[in-house]
Every structure is written in structure tokens, then in C-alpha cells.
Design a protein around this ligand. Structure first.
Ligand code: ADP
Ligand code: ASP
Ligand code: MG
Length: 815
């Protein structure tokens, strides 16, 4: 014999009920079935609503009751042929009249006692069972409808009555023996030994099915619902949640205790006692296997099977010096809560015995608090125990898996991943079975925490990276293009899903949690964007509170660089091609780097020197591995190198500068390159990475640009005046040509000092052969003392800079 239970959404309307009938039809031949169903989806909530309205004297309860009636009549009309409808409609009407009388009574008395409430809520299953069993019979599946209240005996703990198993089992097995056909039993409802209607608790139809399955020693229990099985996390919050093939009773017990609604927790006890395999299956996809829950729930794979959570919880903490070594405090604490029927979700006690903490549901707070204050009144008056501490708006998250006990370092891994995402963990507990680690975090962080953990323990197929990008000029646009092009490759090969969730230029900003559409970001930014404000951008990043967030700065703006500190404070990594912060005052540079370390996030600016060339990484690697850098010689300006390489006989300096601008090799203001300022910043950053606390104004610069020219107000005035100075530049060029040298703007770091300036490089020098916009860096160190370590390659241009930024982004998440 098998027991099949169908949940609220599976029987929510005629269409769904017909799907249920198909499923039953397939299983009904050759084997007796016991069928259990919930109320039609949403009806129990409507009954609650009607009860509250009646109690409050609100006549609107009539409308709510009409809505309930209409849903059932509609289902009958849609399922049962017209000629056969009237007896069923009659049965439904009798129930609706009883319900109407009940609500009228509540309305008149302004009173809704727990006992009445149970009676009221039970109508949902009583109504649905009439319709579904009739529908079965009309589909040639002969079924006898039994009243669950005659079978399941409980105590009178209204709201969630306790089953008296001995009497219940006996009643069920005796009744079932009398029947040859299939049997239909409404879920959720029961009756006390004294004859009062009770319920098994919200979601309790699962339990009804398990009670029946255990009483008849069923070969299997199937719970049919609206998801593909037990998922690795709540699919409403974790998009990448996946169904589990198999799990143990203990695992599902932990998951459901910690909020995974898919199975009502008490359901497990009867099936476990009788060792009955339990299947969770999807009514809407009957052909996929679903999840099998059984004694040996082994599934190859990860130590953590799934995550679950309970939100809107409260932490209650009792502390006090007078608790140390005093026996019985914990016992009194928990027995008080138990007496008040407060469900304790989570417990921790400091090993000093100085404090006990319990997490409870918010709705139990008032009862719990009052009773605990009363219980410890004397101790509190004598200051042996401090006042009860209450922390609200929290969630408890559980990581669950049988294999957790044999895996080392899981909690470390979880805390590390959460720390990197700026999550504050309020309390931690590990179950003594080592099958569960639970964490308490703020309600506000719940989606982020679940997703971070889901990704960390490889329960997700992809790791999502959320980018907030400011600056869509040459580098920014090239980066967006590369991200767009690489999207599938990164997803398939590296399981990374890169989403641009915030995008801004100096005028507009645009946000989309699902990702800005990179096919037409330009028009979207222009047309749908809000007015850009730095503070609003920052605020929005905070509010979106997304995991693996990276702030990407491709501007040359001082004010955007000024945001990094706040961004890092939010535990959001920063990747910048903007050099301003790294070349600002040493204290700021150091502070940002320290802050990133303290927050366990990254501040990366590889492209500040040599665009996409791995220069900073190389120096950092050498330093970390204990090398000592003595000196650096470098050509660091791709723009100046491009200019000098193209400044040949027959050209003019001003034309070559304009060409460099056109090709996108210069800073937005080309004077920053021409003055050597850009090179100064770069050697400054290199020096700092070598551990020298350099300041910008200590970098010596022998500029070759005429002073008058550099004093121009704007870029356009400067470019207009530039041709007048062509003869001056031509002289410099001719001089170099005569000496058979090449003009190179060289930066040097030596004995703690940095200087930059124009040099004539002869053929023997490594800078001599340096094509186009290339950069070269020669590093002399303890390990590279005879021959320097050389990094050489294209050092300017939007595509290479963007690819360097891209590489930084990837290394933020792939650390
Ligand atoms: P039914 O009405 O069929 O009893 P429920 O709504 O009680 O269905 O339970 C199924 C729902 O549980 C799913 O639709 C899903 O939203 C939620 N849920 C929460 N956590 C999980 C999980 N880990 N696996 C599957 N479903 C989950
Ligand atoms: N109808 C009840 C509820 O909504 C019981 C159930 O569906 O399992 O809580
Ligand atoms: Mg349910």
C-alpha cells in the first residue's frame, strides 16, 4: 500500500486537480492507495483572514467567505459534468453554511479562541476533499472518502495538536482493513479524545499522510508539491538552487526544522520509525524523479547537502556573573520557554557559563520575554542576572549534511566567504550530531548569505559577480564589450557569471539587479538612467546588498577616487584603472590597502602602471616571496612612447600629439602625459609597491615641455597653441637624430628616490628598441642582480587597459 499526498498548489484549481488525477490514475492499478490532500492553495489563509475579520467586527468576512465558496463552486463546474454536480454542490453548501454560522458567532462574540480557530481552519481540507474525491470517482478511480477526524486522535494543544499514536494507529488500521477501494483522507484536521476539532499545525497535511503511512506500514509515502524535490536551498531566494536526488531522514529533519517548508517537520518521525521511503515529487513535472528520503541517504558529492533558514527570529540572551557555576539556570531558562510553548530554534551557551542565548520566532517574543523575566525576577533584583537582552530582526541559517562531520574546515570556509561579503555573524552553533552548523545574521542579509554560502559550497553551478561600474569612456566601453563577449566563456569554463548591475558616467546612472543589458547599455543609460550623484550611487550599492560586489572605476576623476574608502568599508572590492587614489598622499594609499585587508576584500589597480602588463603583480609577488628590489628603470608612458616613436622626419610634434589623442592613447587631458605627471604617478606607485613611502612631490621631474605652453587654461587652448612650438620640438628631435639616439621618457627608482625625464637612449640601451606604445620595466633585485627582470609590452590603449581591469575583476572573485 502506498500513501500519496498532494499539497495546496497541487489542488489549487480544476486544472491542477486534473493533473493530480492523472498521477493517481497511473498508480492506482494493482495497488491500494491512501490519498491525502491539503486545502485548495490559499484557502487556509482566507479562513484565517475571515476569522480575524469576524473577530474585529468587520463585515468584510462575508466577502472572504464568498470568495472561498466561489473557488470551490468554480472547481466543481470545471471538473464534474453538469448532471452530476448537484450532490457535490449540496455537500459543499452544507459545509459553507456551517462555516458561515461559525464566523457569524465569532463576529457576534468578538472572540476567536484557539479552539475555535482550529475548527475554523479545518474547513479548507474538509471542503477540498469533497471535490477531489468526487472528481476521482468521476474518473473511474473508486475512492472512499474518510473523515480524518475519526481517525487521528490528538491532545488539545490547539494550533498544533499532539497525536496520540497508540489510539490513532489502532483506529486507522482497523478502518483501512474494512475497505477494498482506494481511500481519500483530508489532511491537517484531527479530533481530540474529548471530541473537539483540532489541527496538526500549518503545513500539517504532510504529517497526516505520514501518520497514515506508518499506521498501515505503507511501502512508500509520496509527497507531491510544486517544486522538483528538496532543493539545495529555498528556490525563492537562491536562483541556482538544485533538487537533491537522495537524502537521509536526519538531513531533511534538520533542513525542515530550520525552515525548509517543503516538508512539515513532524512528518519525518512516523516514517522514520517505520523506515518508509519518502519521495518529494513535482505535480507539474511528474516524470522527473524528485528526491528520495530514506535511511541511507548517501549522495555522492558535497559535504553540505543544503541550506535552510528561518527569518524574523529574535535572540534572547541571559547574562550575569551570578550564573557562573550555578546549576539549573539553563534548565530553568529552557523549561520556562517550553512551558510557554515557545519553539526554540537555536541555542548557544558561552563556555564560561556566563551567558545563554536562544533564538525564537518573533511571534513568541512577548510570551517568552514576560515569562523569563518572571522566572528570574529574584536573581535580577539581586543583580545576579542582568536584564534579558533581546535582539530582533534576525535570521537563523543552517548548513546541513550528514557528511559534514567528517569534513574539516567547513565553518572556516563559511565564515571566510561571509566575512569577505561584509556579513556580520551574530551567533553560531554546531549541532552535536555535527550534521548542522547554524548561524544567526541580520534579516536584511538573508538573500546574500544564502547565495554566498550556496556558491561557496559549490551547490551553485555559477558564482555570480556583481559589478558597479563608473566611467564608460574608452576603457569603460572596451571593458563592457569584453565582458559581453566573454560572458558565455566565463560561465561555461569558469562558472562565473559577471553581471553589470550598476553603470554610470558623469551625467547618468543606471541600476538593474538582473544586469544592465550589454547589447544596448548606451541608449539605456541615456534614456532610462537617473541623474548621476556619487552619494546616490554609493547608497544604491549599499541598498542592493549583493554578494561578490565589485566597484570598478574607469574614470580619471578625483571625486570618484574619493569614494573608495566608503566602498571598501562596505566590504565591496575596488578595481580601478583610475590612478588618482594610488598616487594620492601616501597615507591615503596605505589606508586604502589596509582597509581592504581588514575587510577581507580587494583593492586592485594593476592597470595604473603599464595598462594590462603584469607589473604590480610581479613586484608584489617578488616582495611577498622575500626578494628585495634595489632599483627600477622603466619607460612607463605608452602615450609618450607612441609620440616619440611616431615623431619622425617630416611630421610635426603637434600632429603626432593629436594622432595619439585620436587613437585613445592619452589621458583625457594629454598634458598629464606630456608634462610627465602621469609617469611620475606611475613610478610613485611602483616605489610604494616596493615598500618605499614616496610622496608625489618628492619625485623629480625634468619636464621637456615649455612652461608657457603648460599654463594654458583648457585642453583646447593648449592644442591650439601647440603648433607654435613645433620648431622647439623639432630641435629636440634633430639633436637626438644627430646623436643616433632615440627619445625616451624614462622613470627611475634608485636608493629610495624616484625621478623621471627625457633621455637620449643609444642602441646599447634596452629602451632603444621599444615599438609603438610599448612600455618596459627593468627590475633589479637581490635575486635579479645581474640581469634585471624585464616586463615589456603594450602599455597604453583602451583594449589592453580594459583587459587588465577585467583580469583584476576576475582575480577579486577567484581568490
Ligand atoms: P505544499 O502546498 O505542496 O505543501 P509548500 O508550499 O508547503 O507546498 O512547500 C513547497 C515550497 O517550499 C516550495 O514551493 C518552495 O517555495 C518552498 N521551499 C523552501 N525551501 C525549500 C527547499 N529547500 N526545497 C524545496 N522547496 C523549498
Ligand atoms: N492547509 C493547511 C495549511 O495551509 C495544511 C497544509 O496545507 O498542509 O497550512
Ligand atoms: Mg506543505
Amino acid at each position: 500500500m502506498k500513501v500519496l499526498k498532494f499539497g495546496g498548489s497541487s489542488v489549487a484549481n480544476a486544472g491542477n486537480i486534473l493533473k493530480v488525477i492523472e498521477i493517481i490514475k497511473e498508480r492506482s492499478e494493482g495497488e491500494q492507495l491512501i490519498l491525502v490532500a491539503s486545502a485548495m492553495g490559499g484557502v487556509t489563509n482566507l479562513l484565517e483572514k475571515a476569522g480575524e475579520q469576524s473577530k474585529a467586527g468587520d463585515e468584510g468576512y462575508q466577502i472572504t467567505l464568498n470568495e472561498i465558496g466561489e473557488r470551490h463552486f468554480r472547481a466543481i463546474r470545471d471538473i464534474v459534468p453538469l448532471k452530476k454536480q448537484s450532490p457535490i454542490i449540496g455537500d459543499i453548501k452544507i459545509l459553507l453554511n456551517e462555516l458561515d454560522d461559525l464566523c457569524n458567532g465569532i463576529f457576534l462574540l468578538h472572540e476567536l479562541f484557539p479552539k475555535t480557530r482550529d475548527y475554523l481552519l479545518g474547513f479548507g481540507e474538509r471542503l477540498s476533499s469533497v471535490i477531489i474525491s468526487a472528481a476521482l470517482n468521476h474518473n473511474q478511480i473508486t475512492t472512499e472518502l474518510l473523515d480524518a477526524r475519526d481517525l487521528i486522535v490528538t491532545d488539545e494543544s490547539y494550533g498544533q495538536a499532539q497525536v496520540l499514536f497508540e489510539r490513532t494507529d489502532k483506529k486507522i488500521s482497523e478502518k483501512v482493513k474494512e475497505i477494498d477501494s482506494h481511500i481519500f483522507v483530508p489532511g491537517f484536521v484531527a479530533r481530540s479524545a474529548d471530541g473537539n476539532d483540532t489541527t496538526l499545525g500549518r503545513g500539517g497535511s504532510d504529517y497526516t499522510a505520514a501518520i497514515l503511512a506508518a499506521a498501515v506500514d505503507a511501502s512508500e509515502l509520496e509527497i507531491w508539491t510544486d517544486v522538483d524535490g528538496v532543493m539545495t536551498a529555498d528556490p525563492n531566494l537562491v536562483e541556482t538552487a538544485m533538487p537533491l536526488e537522495k537524502m537521509s531522514y536526519e538531513e531533511i529533519m534538520e533542513l525542515s526544522h530550520f525552515g525548509a517548508r517543503v516538508v512539515f517537520p513532524p512528518t519525518l518521525q512516523p516514517v522514520m520509525r517505520k523506515n518508509i521511503p519518502l519521495w518529494i515529487k513535482n505535480t507539474f513535472k511528474p516524470n522527473i524523479p524528485g528526491t528520495l528520503i530514506c535511511r541511507d541517504g548517501k549522495q555522492n558529492g558535497h559535504a553540505i547537502k543544503g541550506l535552510s533558514h528561518v527569518n524574523h527570529t529574535v535572540l534572547l540572551t541571559l547574562t550575569g556573573a551570578g550564573m557562573v557555576g550555578v546549576t539549573g539556570i539553563a534548565a530553568r531558562f529552557f523549561s520556562t520557554l517550553s512551558r510557554e510553548k515557545v519553539n526554540v530554534i537555536f541555542i548557544t551557551q558561552a563556555s564560561s557559563e556566563h551567558s545563554i542565548t536562544a533564538a525564537i520566532n518573533k511571534q513568541d517574543l512577548k510570551r517568552a520575554k514576560n515569562s523569563l523575566i518572571k522566572e528570574f525576577e529574584n536573581e535580577m533584583a539581586l543583580s545576579k542576572i542582568d536584564a534579558l537582552q533581546v535582539d530582533e530582526n534576525l535570521s537563523v541559517i543552517a548548513l546541513v549534511g550528514d557528511k559534514m562531520k567528517s569534513s574539516i574546515g567547513l565553518s572556516g570556509k563559511a565564515f571566510n566567504a561571509l566575512g569577505k561579503n561584509g556579513i556580520n555573524i551574530r551567533a553560531i552553533a554546531q549541532g552535536s550530531t555535527e550534521r548542522n552548523i547554524s548561524l544567526v545574521v541580520s534579516d536584511r542579509d538573508i538573500t546574500k548569505v544564502l547565495n554566498v554560502l550556496h556558491e561557496t559550497f559549490f551547490l551553485s553551478k555559477y558564482k555570480k559577480v556583481h559589478l558597479f561600474m563608473v566611467g564608460v569612456g574608452n576603457v569603460g566601453s572596451a571593458l563592457l564589450e569584453q565582458i559581453h563577449e566573454q560572458f558565455d566563456y566565463l560561465k561555461n569554463e569558469y562558472a562565473l557569471e559577471i553581471k553589470v548591475v550598476g553603470l554610470a558616467n558623469s551625467r547618468k546612472m543606471l541600476f538593474d539587479e538582473k544586469s544592465v543589458d550589454l547589447n544596448h547599455w548606451k541608449t539605456d543609460l541615456l534614456e532610462k538612467g537617473e541623474v548621476m550623484s556619487r552619494m546616490a550611487f554609493l547608497q544604491k550599492m549599499k541598498e542592493m546588498n549583493l554578494r561578490n560586489s565589485v566597484f570598478v572605476d574607469n574614470t580619471a576623476s578625483v571625486s570618484i577616487a574619493g569614494l573608495y574608502e566608503e566602498v571598501l568599508q562596505q566590504s565591496i572590492s575596488v578595481v580601478a584603472s583610475n590612478k588618482i587614489a594610488a598616487s594620492s598622499q601616501y597615507e591615503n594609499y596605505k589606508n586604502l590597502n589596509n582597509l581592504a585587508k581588514a575587510r577581507n576584500v580587494k583593492y586592485l589597480y594593476e592597470t595604473n602602471v603599464g595598462a594590462g602588463l603584469p607589473i604590480l603583480k610581479t613586484i608584489q609577488g617578488m616582495m611577498k616571496s622575500g626578494d628585495k628590489i634595489f632599483s627600477i628603470q622603466a619607460v612607463l608612458s605608452g602615450s609618450l612612447n607612441f609620440i616619440f616613436n611616431n615623431f619622425v622626419e617630416g611630421t610635426s610634434f603637434s600632429d603626432v600629439v593629436k594622432l595619439a589623442i585620436k587613437e585613445g592613447y592619452t589621458e583625457p587631458d594629454p598634458r598629464i602625459d606630456l608634462s610627465g605627471q602621469d609617469v611620475m604617478r606611475k613610478i610613485l606607485i611602483l616605489g610604494r609597491e616596493c615598500g618605499i613611502p614616496l610622496e608625489f612631490d618628492t619625485v623629480e621631474n625634468k619636464s621637456f615641455m615649455p612652461g608657457q605652453l603648460m599654463k594654458m587654461e583648457s585642453v583646447s587652448e593648449f592644442l591650439e597653441a601647440l603648433p607654435q612650438y613645433d620648431p622647439y620640438f623639432e630641435n629636440i628631435r634633430k639633436d637626438a637624430e644627430r646623436r643616433q639616439t632615440k627619445l625616451r621618457y624614462v622613470a627611475e627608482l634608485d636608493r629610495g628616490k624616484a625621478h623621471v625625464g627625457l633621455q637620449n637612449a643609444d642602441a646599447s640601451q634596452p629602451y632603444y628598441q621599444l615599438d609603438g606604445k610599448d612600455n618596459i620595466v627593468l627590475i633589479f633585485s637581490k635575486r635579479y642582480s645581474e640581469q634585471p627582470l624585464v616586463v615589456k609590452g603594450a602599455g597604453a590603449g583602451a583594449p589592453v587597459t580594459a583587459s587588465g581591469v577585467f583580469a583584476d575583476i576576475i582575480s577579486v572573485v577567484n581568490q
